[in-house]
Design a protein around this ligand. Structure first.
Ligand SMILES: [Zn+2]
Length: 59
């Protein structure tokens, strides 16, 4: 069973897409969608997140 009380609806502050994610997700706390969260802003520049994009562009 999925406990929807642990999910939060919000609009991504970057692209304004509506999304629903678990409250424990980092992207939920940053109010970003999955797509924008995968492309970190330059000033934030976390060390993770670049591998997925490299895999996609390799095809
Ligand atoms: Zn977004």
């Amino acid at each position: 069973m999925t406990d929807f009380t642990q999910y939060r609806w919000y609009r991504c502050h970057v692209c304004h897409e509506p999304c629903i994610n678990h409250v424990d997700e980092s992207r939920t706390q940053d109010t970003e969608c999955a797509d924008c969260y995968a492309i970190p802003a330059l000033e934030q520049a976390p060390e993770l997140g670049s591998d997925d994009r490299q895999v996609q562009s390799a095809e």
